[in-house]
Design a protein around this ligand. Structure first.
Ligand code: MSP
Length: 517
């Protein structure tokens, strides 16, 4: 594998980021960081979706221009991702000049190809979805099922995209590539939606929606948000109908595009049809993650249970985002819904990160100092009884990531931590020391520390700060690629002094953690 290109959905900026947005960005960041450990050129795109009637209306209510409103809110997303250590390579805003210019060219190309045509139309528009809905999609009371709002009747002459032309090709692609939609159980849903597909409106009359990208040769029409939004995945990296950048040639097609299950239709049907129309290769995988609830309840403004990720970091006085990253990334099996609760968060990260993983390193290093002044003697470096297990875990973790099973991979890592803890208990190095079996005692401690180097590499995508604290105390280089991992990186010599042993993560309710507040 030489390159890996991953993207997230771009978030609407009509509010501040919440834990659901954060879930997706964390999931993608963990996938991205894992693949930086497997290839030279990994690239991660995220950003914000800034056009459309909703933004136009909210900005007007606030008495500011849409651009000012977008600038203010886009910054909130950037700040939140910084606080969560989301290591994106690029942040695209759909109001970026370059993006707008290329979207116009894409639109023009599709008009010239005959895939976009003008047509008079009466439809039901939901501004929550920024989409036209069919009568049969509505609830019995005539409301949008997702937004519980009555859609607006819109009568306009719009541009339409010939989605129906690509219907058969998309069905064929999904059927012949069973791993295209991840998890695969969602593929049938998409096939069913495709059965009733119609051509879609891709523009709005400027007098009704003015906050959008004007059609190049028909400025009274504004390009409707989904064509604008979906194109971000290629405009960001230098797609240009008049000649692509080298970056685009290197990165496209995307290896995995991460989105929520609510927008799978747009990505596995509309987006794929657009790419087919542009004669571009298709993304290798679309990962549709589930939704995050709060205490098992859907997040909503009216219930007042919308949680901001940075508020969680503050409430728990966390100096690093790793616990929240770890918790969210393992919140749900691949593609299923997950839940956030304060209690569960505290319990799980204390158990896994502090008690099991952090303590294991801390007490092993402490024994190395107590019995051997922090030295690893050459005679300790015998065959490591744990290496087979550690390497099997690396293989299993890689396998899970090949299927974007982020929670499942985390479970494997914690299993290795548990096995290593059991190895310490079974071999009782403190008893070996008491019995003066010092070579065996040193060997057991060294075996554990070698496995800890592997664990630090494996946990890095989830917990980059904790991993680097671990690696620092182990004198280990986290840049080592997963293919080169083994249990032989620690060499004979002095490893650590007493004063340099530091807990990598303190229990969230421990006395020390309290003092840090
Ligand atoms: N702007 C569109 C996406 C365009 S992509 C070309 C959009 N924006 S959004 O802000 O409503 O949602 C952004 C992402 O966050 C989506 O993938 C959506 O599924 C995800 N989530 C929003 N709320 C969520 C939860 N409660 N839980 C998990 N993810 C959710 O859709």
């Amino acid at each position: 594998m030489t390159k890996f290109y991953t993207t997230t959905a771009i978030d609407y900026v009509n509010g501040a980021p919440h834990i659901g947005h954060a879930y997706e960005k964390i999931l993608t960041d963990v996938i991205y960081r894992h693949f930086t450990q497997r290839c030279e050129d990994a690239y991660f795109l995220t950003g914000t979706d800034e056009h459309g009637i909703k933004i136009q209306k909210t900005a007007a209510e606030k008495g500011i221009s849409p651009k000012e409103f977008c600038d203010m809110n886009a910054q909130k997303f950037k700040d939140a991702w910084k606080a969560l250590d989301i290591d994106y390579s690029q942040f695209i805003r759909t109001t970026d000049e370059q993006h707008e210019k290329i979207v116009q060219k894409i639109f023009k190309k599709l008009v010239e190809k005959g895939d976009i045509y003008k047509h008079s139309y009466t439809g039901l528009y939901c501004s929550g979805c920024e989409a036209f809905l069919n009568e049969k999609d509505l609830t019995e009371d005539g409301l949008c099922p997702d937004h519980q709002k009555k859609p607006e009747v819109v009568e306009e002459e719009n541009y339409f995209f010939k989605l129906t032309k690509y219907k058969d090709a998309i069905i064929k692609h999904i059927k012949t590539n069973p791993d295209f939609i991840v998890p695969s159980f969602r593929a049938n849903e998409v096939i069913n939606q495709l059965e009733n597909i119609e051509d879609i409106s891709v523009s709005r009359v400027k007098t009704n929606v003015n906050w959008g990208i004007p059609v190049l040769d028909d400025p009274e029409q504004v390009i409707y948000v989904w064509i604008d939004a979906l194109s971000n995945y290629i405009t960001a990296i230098g797609y240009d109908p008049d000649g692509n950048s080298d970056k685009f040639e290197k990165l496209w097609p995307a290896d995995v595009q991460v989105i929520g299950k609510d927008i799978l239709k747009f990505h596995s049907i509309y987006w794929i049809a657009i790419l087919m129309a542009l004669e571009l290769p298709l993304p290798k995988h679309i990962l549709a993650h589930g939704w995050i609830t709060i205490d098992q309840t859907k997040m909503s403004k009216s219930l007042g249970n919308v949680i901001s990720p940075t508020a969680v970091l503050e409430a728990f006085n966390l100096d690093i985002p790793d616990p929240l990253r770890y918790y969210m990334a393992s919140a749900a099996p691949c593609g299923k819904d997950g839940n956030y609760s304060d209690e569960d968060f505290k319990e799980k990260v204390n158990a896994h990160l502090a008690n099991s993983m952090g303590n294991l390193l801390n007490r092993t290093l402490s024994m190395l100092v107590k019995y051997f002044d922090g030295d690893i003697k050459p005679e300790f470096l015998n065959k490591n009884e744990l290496e087979k297990q550690a390497l099997e875990t690396v293989k299993a973790v890689k396998h899970h990531f090949d299927y974007f099973e982020v929670q499942e991979a985390a479970q494997k890592i914690i299993e290795l931590v548990d096995i290593t803890n059991k190895y310490v208990t079974d071999n009782a190095p403190w008893t070996l020391a008491k019995e003066e079996k010092m070579d065996k005692c040193g060997e057991v401690l060294t075996n554990v520390l070698q496995v800890m180097t592997v664990i630090s590499s494996l946990i890095y995508p989830y917990c980059p700060n904790i991993a680097s604290r671990m690696a620092e105390q182990l004198g280990y280089d986290l840049d080592i690629k997963l293919d080169d991992i083994n249990c032989r990186y620690l060499k004979a010599g002095h490893l650590i002094n007493k004063d340099d042993i530091k807990p990598v993560f303190l229990r969230m309710d421990s006395e020390l953690a309290d003092k840090k507040k």
